[in-house]
Write a protein that binds this ligand. Structure first.
Ligand code: FAD
Length: 401
């Protein structure tokens, strides 16, 4: 494999850098630095979304005919890398990453014509209704019932851990339409507006006191059959493609590299408790180097997957390896940051984490998100399929065990 960029790629990278230099204002960058959840402050996200949409760069993975950039894999990688390096907000964009590709692959022309432009413009934010209180890793055990009555489905049941349900306009759901045969064979993929009568949203606060998750209840919710994506009882096939995209889309190693650089920068400033800087402490510096080496390994894996991806951009089961390794590494980096900021982690300063507040805070800015981020990132080895499940996929589908 040759990791060197050719002239075209360098030219493209320069164009991206120029755009980011120009458009990423200091307040957007600050919002990004203060990210403590799975996405940056929503008002910063919305602003950045619109800037990218106006430039025509909001959907790097989509073909041009649907409003995407038509970029190849390497251009997408460069774009993602440069965005993280420049400190762009972390977007909540299940529309672009998840449901858009599904609509293109399995939706009707009418569905594509209606939904895709609304994703591109930012008019519709989507959330994902897969997990339930008794269906997470074993997703096929889901029970949310959709009973067919004429040209409608009537939905009853609940979805759990639904990130962003409280601000999303639409939801894509896996629902149970049959109990016959294998569990997977009775599942259907439906989409609906969040303001459909009968849907109620109950917040769930995370360990770091953020409101990202929700439980969503469905009581006699009427959804037109026209909102079905794919055939009835064929939703598992539709969802499987989406899950592979989700795993490979979720983590970009440039983000982890930036996080590690921040740890290094902090360690250059923080004391070792004696008369030197933390970065010179042999124990801490060993840990930094060990994490750096692991990071290089995972970055190589990411590039390898990128170069091996088939024409349809489906990364396959190997995305499980990237997902599990990258999420474990993210946790390791957040632990190092916690160690670096030491006692600055003690004050509970939620107000100061609002990027647009004037609130005063204790300690340096880089210490502000450390504890919240550490707590939030305990979830990276669970979200989008836990590490145990990823290893199961690898054992079966890659190693053939
Ligand atoms: C940050 C975050 C965001 C999320 N956002 C969404 C969302 O927007 N929409 C949505 O639908 N869901 C969402 N989820 C839910 C997520 O998909 C589930 O949490 C995940 O699939 C695990 O399911 P569970 O929580 O029910 O845990 P369980 O499946 O109950 O697992 C509990 C533990 O048992 C282990 N385990 C389970 N089965 C096996 C097995 N066969 N072999 C070995 N170990 C096993 C797991 O690894 C885990 O450690 C989110 C979760 C997180 C953490």
């Amino acid at each position: 494999m040759d990791f060197k960029l050719n002239n075209d790629a360098i030219e493209f990278r320069n164009e991206v850098r120029e755009f980011l230099d120009d458009q990423l204002t200091e307040d957007l960058r600050r919002a990004s630095r203060l990210t403590v959840g799975t996405y940056t402050d929503m008002s910063a996200c919305n602003r950045w979304y619109k800037i990218l949409a106006e430039k025509g760069w909001i959907a790097p993975g989509w073909p041009k005919e649907y409003g995407g950039t038509g970029w190849d894999d390497m251009q997408r990688h460069i774009f993602g890398f440069e965005c993280f390096k420049a400190g762009a907000p972390l977007l909540f964009n299940m529309g672009v990453r998840h449901i858009g590709p599904v609509m293109m692959a399995h939706g009707t022309q009418e569905q594509r014509d209606f939904y895709l432009p609304r994703i591109i413009s930012g008019e519709d934010i989507w959330c994902q209704g897969y997990s339930e209180p008794t269906a997470g890793s074993d997703l096929a055990a889901l029970k949310l019932r959709a009973e067919r009555r004429g040209d409608e489905y009537i939905l009853n049941g609940t979805k759990m851990w639904t990130t962003g349900a409280h601000f999303a306009q639409r939801i894509f759901c896996l629902v149970r339409t049959s109990d016959e045969g294998k569990k997977q064979a009775g599942i259907t993929f439906l989409v609906m507006a969040m303001d459909t009568p009968g849907i109620t949203i109950q917040p769930i606060l995370t360990l770091n006191a953020l409101h990202e998750f929700n439980q969503v209840f469905f009581d006699d919710v009427r959804v037109p059959v026209a909102n079905r994506v794919g055939e009835e009882n064929d939703g598992w096939r539709v969802a499987k493609v989406l899950m592979q995209f989700a795993r490979s889309n979720n983590i970009n190693m440039a983000w982890v590299r930036e996080a590690l650089q921040r740890v290094r920068d902090a360690a250059e400033i923080e004391s070792d408790g004696l008369q030197g800087r933390l970065v010179g402490d042999p124990d801490f510096s060993n840990k930094l180097s060990s994490t750096e080496i692991k990071l290089m390994g995972v970055e190589t894996l990411e590039l390898r997957l990128l170069s091996e991806m088939s024409g349809d951009n489906n990364p396959g089961a190997m995305s499980s390896l990237l997902k599990s390794k990258a999420s474990e590494l993210i946790q390791e980096v957040s632990e190092l940051m916690l160690e670096a900021v030491a006692w600055y982690g003690f004050p509970f300063q939620m107000e100061a984490l609002d990027p647009f507040t004037e609130a005063e805070f204790v300690g340096p800015e880089y210490a502000l998100p450390a504890v919240c981020l550490y707590l939030n990132q305990r979830s990276t080895t669970i979200a989008s399929g836990s590490s145990e499940i990823q290893r199961d996929v690898l054992a079966k589908r890659v190693l053939g065990l």
